[in-house]
Design a protein. Structure first.
Length: 400
């Protein structure tokens, strides 16, 4: 059998086919009915609706046969989709150089007639065929030929409709996921706002006391800290307002940023005790991500690392590396640690360990659940390595 010269846009054609997500799907009555109608109109026992990928011809509907696929190299339909003709008819395969040695012709199937109409999508790609075939010779009338073409268009219409429905379902699911993330993000952000507010309150109170004692030089440092915390808080509130108006921006808007500069911005929002040291990556790294989502992830992980550290000398180390596909981060501390049986549960919604932090407060169960949702939404994954008394390392990866 001669080698078929495939079209130059074959890679794009297969990509278009895969976009329909139809290969290897279950049988559907609408497609079966069209195949049965093609068989009845053409008075030919076997009718197929086929889709052709790189190596095979798969049957979405198979009237008159139990076979569900075929090797592409042996397929009559491969020639039909490569042809510019509206319909390919092979009335005498044994006399056709393309098929004379084809096992489907010379073997038990003894195909003696084939007619196939390419299924051309909206972009002009031939995805497969609607075809009829038999082991007996046939001739199609003009009306049968036109009917077969019409049925093929109906198959394409159903395929396009099917893709649009899948697209709408995916969009609805993404919207639902986005809304869930936004709701949790808002709850966590509101919770995190307490940190800079507490800093403002404490410094303001200290400023008042010192000012009452007359012109203390330390007042300037407290004023600067107060202003910095206030500005950071206002920036966060502005970002929250912007994302509340357009929620999809939370994950869709990606910006380049220098990692340590952003980490320093996040740390400025926290109250870091004097006995805790935060070690940043030693080298400069530039990332491109959703800044607000990444900020919220780091804000929560660092806040927890501070709150649940009972050591005389607290240490938090942030480690970064990257490969071709992912950014990899680790936030490791020498705090109280987490028992192994809770390593998965802590990422659940509203789950808390019912322990108090260094400020004698209990967690809300909001933070780590939202962190996990944000990491997942950024096409990443997160886990913890920890043991009681030995600290914890939260390790996550985010797709580039």
């Amino acid at each position: 059998m001669p080698q078929l010269n495939l079209s130059s846009y074959e890679e794009d054609r297969v990509a278009a086919l895969r976009s329909y997500q139809i290969l290897d799907t279950d049988e559907e009555k609408d497609f079966d009915a069209l195949a049965a109608l093609a068989s009845a109109i053409c008075q030919i026992p076997i009718a197929l609706i086929t889709f052709i990928d790189e190596k095979r011809q798969w049957f979405k509907a198979h009237h008159g046969t139990e076979f569900t696929e075929n090797v592409r190299d042996l397929s009559f339909c491969t020639h039909a989709i490569a042809s510019s003709d509206e319909i390919t008819i092979v009335a005498a395969p044994l006399s056709d150089d393309r098929f004379a040695n084809n096992p489907l012709v010379t073997g038990p199937a003894k195909i003696a007639f084939y007619a196939g109409v390419p299924l051309i999508n909206e972009d002009g790609f031939a995805l497969g065929t609607l075809c009829v075939l038999d082991d007996q010779p046939h001739q199609l009338s003009e009306s049968q030929t036109e009917a077969l073409k019409t049925l093929a268009k109906q198959v394409v219409d159903k395929v396009e409709l099917r893709r649009k429905v899948l697209s709408l379902q995916q969009a609805n699911q993404e919207l639902l996921n986005s809304n869930i993330v936004i709701q949790k993000f808002a709850a966590m952000a509101a919770h995190d706002i307490k940190n800079p507010l507490s800093s403002i309150l404490l410094t303001s109170q200290a400023l008042r006391i010192r000012h009452e004692k007359m012109q203390d030089e330390g007042c300037l440092r407290l004023v600067d800290l107060n202003i910095t915390s206030t500005k950071n808080l206002l920036n966060m509130v502005e970002e929250m307002l912007e994302y509340s108006k357009t929620p999809d921006l939370l994950l869709a808007r990606k910006q380049e940023f220098e990692l340590n500069a952003l980490l320093q911005k996040v740390i400025a929002l926290l109250t870091v005790p004097d006995n805790i040291e935060i070690i940043l990556p030693s080298e400069r790294h530039v990332l491109k991500l959703s800044v607000i989502a990444f900020e919220q992830i780091m804000l929560n992980l660092l806040s927890n690392a501070i709150r649940y550290n009972n050591k005389t000398k607290g240490l938090i180390r942030i480690i970064f590396r990257e490969d071709n596909e992912y950014y990899h981060m680790e936030v490791a501390d020498n705090g109280i640690g987490i028992a192994e049986q809770y390593h998965e549960k802590i990422f659940g919604n509203n789950f808390t360990l019912k322990i108090t932090d260094r400020y004698n407060a209990k967690g809300t169960g909001i933070g780590l659940g939202t962190v996990r949702d944000l990491v997942n939404a950024l096409k990443g994954h997160i886990h913890v390595q920890s043991a009681p008394g030995e600290g914890a390392a939260f390790i996550f990866s985010i797709q580039k």
